[in-house]
Each structure stands twice: as C-alpha cells, then as structure tokens.
Design a protein around this ligand. Structure first.
Ligand code: ATP
Ligand code: MG
Length: 468
C-alpha cells in the first residue's frame, strides 16, 4: 500500500487551490500510471486549465520553467514548524495544451493552450501515460484513496483507453502511431523504456511504426539518446530493454557496435551460454536497479572488441579484443558526450576486465596497484557478472575479493618512503629518471622488500647507481 507522502499531499493541496479558483486541474501522466500500478511516483505532475501567468500569481513560491510549454514549478508551502518542506521537489503544473505541428522530429513548432483536458491528453505519448486522476473527487481522506485500488480507479479520467492497456500490460501510442513517432522521435526510445520497465509488450501497430521509423532516431540529440539508454541500463530491466531495442531495429541505429555482437560465436569450453550477444544480455540481466551508470555501460561494452577481432586459429580467438574494445568504447563515449570522468571509468572497466584470472600470479605490487583502480568495487562487480554469464565459476572473483577486503588501506596506499625531495637531498639531479626510480622503489615497498626511508635509499643506490 502506498503512503501519503508530503509530495502527494502537496500536489493535492495545489489541485484544491486551483479548483477553488474555478479552474479544472488533475494529476496527470506518469504519476497516475504509477499510482494505479501501486508504485511510488518519482514526482507528481498537474495539468490544469489555468494559464501559466495565473498559476504564477496563485502560489507564493513559483518558477516559470518551460515558458514555451506553459509549465510552472510550484514549491510546496512549509507547514508551520516544518521548514524542511523547501527540500521537497516542487510540483510541475502544466497548462492544458495541444501541440501544433512538428517539423524537426523533436519539438512542436508551437503550443496552443486549450480548455480541454481531453486535447491535453491526446498530445501525450502512450495510453498508459495519458491518464488523469482527480484525487479529491470522493472527498474522503487521501490515505483511504491510496489504500483502495477500486476507488483510485474510479477517480481516473481515461480518454484514451489507458486503464485497459495498463491492466493488459501494453504500451500503445495515443492516436496514429506512425504520426506520433514522426512528430517526436524520442518517443521511440521512451516506448522501449516503458515496456522494459513494466514488463509490458508493445502493441503491434505501435511496434510496426517503431521499426519503420527507427532510422529517424538520429534526429534526436545524442545526449537525449544517451540519457534514455542510461535509464534503460540502470532501472533493473536492462536485458529486456536491449532485447526490445534489437527487436525494433533501434539497436543497430544507436549502437551498431553492440548490434554486431549478434551471431559472433565463442569457444564453448569458456562460453557454454552462446555468442557474444547472448553473453552480454546475461550480464545486463544482472544489473540491479540503481546500479552505477559507468558499471552498466561497462557491462554493455566490456566485450565490444570481440566482433572485430574474431578469428579461428585452431579454436575461436579474440586476440587484442581488450585494446580494440577500448578504442570502440572511446568512440562511443565521445559520440554520446559522456563526461571525462565517466569515460575514464567505462574505459577502465573494459581495459581491466580480463585481469582477474591472473590475480593469483600477480606480484604483490601489481595486485595492490590493481586494487588502487578508481571504484574498484565496480571492477569486482563486472567480473562477477562476467563469470555468472559464462561458466559460473567464481574462484577468481572470490580470490580477489577476499584479498581486497582483507587488505588495509595503508597497505594498498602506504605513505611513500621516498620522494623527489629526498632524492635531491641525496645528491641526485632531478630528471626524467626520477619517475622511474620512485615507481621502482614503491614497487619494492609494496612487496615489503624495503620498509624504511634508509633502506629505500640504499635500494635505489644499488639499483640505479649512486648520486652524482
Ligand atoms: P518517468 O517515470 O520516467 O518520469 P513519466 O511518464 O513521468 O515517466 P516524464 O518524462 O516525466 O515521463 O513525462 C511526464 C508525462 O508527460 C508523461 O507521462 C507523458 O504524458 C508526457 N510526455 C513526456 N514526454 C513526452 C513526449 N516526448 N511526447 C509526448 N508526451 C510526453
Ligand atoms: Mg516523470
């Protein structure tokens, strides 16, 4: 049963205020869908007949956001003695509108306000997202409404058949699918995301239109495509999302490098599960809701170097797939405008994913440097998924995890015994060799061969010759 959150309560308060002033107002879109599914909505959106300038005047704390789209953010008023209300997300209040023609596949050329809630619903994307709710209709306590699915459903205003589709588990475009996807190509990815998130199917005519128009996704900015894909990867239904992307021909458009994994065979002794695509899907299946973005993309791309390096020399080999994968990963991260930090981590996950098998043979210094990788827990998580998606043998993962968890931070990153300053004091002349010396002596330190500054300096003298 859903609780009455301050968020929900605040939205109902706004509705009541708008109603008292003589306007029509409803909860609209994703929040109604989520309430009917018994899920806690991320945020509450309101649709109203009141014009933005009226909404701006009606509430003490408002911000005009999408001026063009008639959207006003209304901050929740603090209850007496509850100053923290300011931290609650504001509610989006949007004036009923019908979007004009779309000429660029992204945004309506003009927005017309309307007094008709039905028209407002018709410009929305999918029937399950086109529902309105009047939570004040019954007049009873809100707790009771949320506790009673029948009451909730009775208070829904459904102009588009969204309730039946929600019940049947169907994502269906409102109106003519072809036209709706032509208007706004981002809807292609949104359809996949909602179908995956809720485990719904895509209605056949909607699906056919998606396949037909998949190539038009390139008109959408790469950041927006990236954000949709990232949501799909981190909402806990990534496998389903990527199967649907493939099924609707969107995958080959947005990530041809991943699409190429299909049918690329692997040696059955290491990969009894099947080809590179099947293996990748089995990793995606393990991504948990809310998992780090970089881990999710790392899982998707860790074997992206395999298709171009496939060779059969006695057995199937993918020599150099890590390096090739990093090059492809670099291009994908650039294309999708990932930040430098995100790119670095995604590439590191590709780069190091094969190293766990060698961990038992690593020198102590190598193992400790391995542990120093940023967000090492993501490397561990990726390796575990990689094993689970293949043989299921977790021996290497266990070995590394146990050592990683047992090793105190001061052993992984001990304070250096020597720095450039000491080398200079000992009479060495600063130069490019300093770096090499310091790296070598740090290795010796990590291996326990030297434990004091004096020993370290002696070690350097023996290895690199005396100063001067
Ligand atoms: P989420 O849970 O991911 O936030 P949502 O359904 O709330 O899903 P939003 O992007 O927050 O999606 O948009 C809110 C509502 O606005 C949608 O439910 C839908 O009615 C409408 N909407 C959003 N984007 C589009 C679009 N591209 N085309 C048509 N309607 C849209
Ligand atoms: Mg939303």
């Amino acid at each position: 049963m859903l609780p009455v959150t301050p968020q929900f309560d605040g939205a109902c308060h706004i509705l009541a205020t708008l109603r008292a002033a003589g306007y029509e107002a409803y909860l609209a879109g994703g929040c109604v869908r989520d309430l009917l599914l018994g899920r806690e909505p991320e945020d509450y959106d309101i649709a109203t007949s009141a014009r933005p300038e009226v909404v701006l005047d009606m509430f003490p704390r408002t911000f005009a956001v999408g001026a063009h789209f008639g959207v006003v953010l209304v901050a929740h008023e603090a209850e007496p003695g509850q100053p923290e209300a300011a931290s609650h997300k504001p509610t989006e209040v949007a004036t009923f509108r019908s979007d004009g023609a779309y000429s660029d596949g992204r945004r309506p050329d003009e927005v017309r306000y309307t007094l008709s809630a039905e028209e407002d619903v018709e410009r929305r994307d999918f029937t399950i997202n086109g529902l309105l709710l009047d939570p004040l209709r019954g007049g009873g306590p809100l707790e009771q409404l949320l506790a009673d699915p029948e009451q909730l459903q009775a208070d829904v205003i459904d102009h588009v058949g969204g309730v039946a589709d929600l019940r049947a588990g169907i994502v269906r475009a409102i109106g003519r699918p072809e036209r709706r996807f032509e208007e706004d190509h981002l809807r292609l990815l949104r359809a996949v995301r909602f179908a995956a998130r809720f485990g719904f199917s895509i209605e056949p005519a909607t699906h056919a239109a998606m396949r037909h128009l998949a190539h038009r996704i390139h008109a959408v900015s790469r950041e927006r495509v990236r954000d949709e894909l990232s949501k799909m990867l981190t909402e806990g239904r990534a496998r389903r999302a990527f199967e649907l992307l493939d099924d609707t021909d969107l995958l080959v458009q947005v990530l041809p490098e991943v699409s190429r994994m299909k049918g690329v065979a692997q040696p059955p002794q290491f990969h009894p599960e099947g080809d590179v695509w099947v293996h990748t899907l089995l990793l995606l299946e393990q991504l948990e809701p809310g998992c780090p973005l970089t881990l999710a993309w790392g899982a998707l791309l860790h074997d992206v170097g395999k298709p171009p390096t496939f060779r059969v020399v006695e057995r199937i080999r993918f020599d150099g797939h890590v390096e090739v994968g990093m090059a492809i990963g670099t291009e994908i991260c650039r294309r999708f405008r990932f930040s430098n930090d995100e790119t670095r981590q995604i590439l590191a996950l590709i780069q190091h994913h094969m190293r766990f098998a060698d961990a038992g043979r690593m020198k102590a210094s190598t193992l400790k440097r391995f542990f120093r990788l940023e967000s090492f827990d993501q490397h561990l998580a990726l390796h575990k998924m990689d094993c689970m998606a293949a043989s299921g043998n977790l021996d290497h993962w266990r070995f590394v995890r146990e050592r990683y968890e047992a090793m105190p931070e001061e052993e992984v990153r001990p304070a250096p015994l020597l720095t450039g300053r000491e080398l200079i004091a000992a009479g060495y002349r600063p130069g490019p060799q300093f770096k090499e010396m310091l790296h070598a002596v740090e290795d010796a330190q990590l291996e326990g061969a030297v434990t004091t500054p004096e020993e370290a300096l002696r070690w350097v003298t023996e290895r690199f010759g005396g100063a001067g």
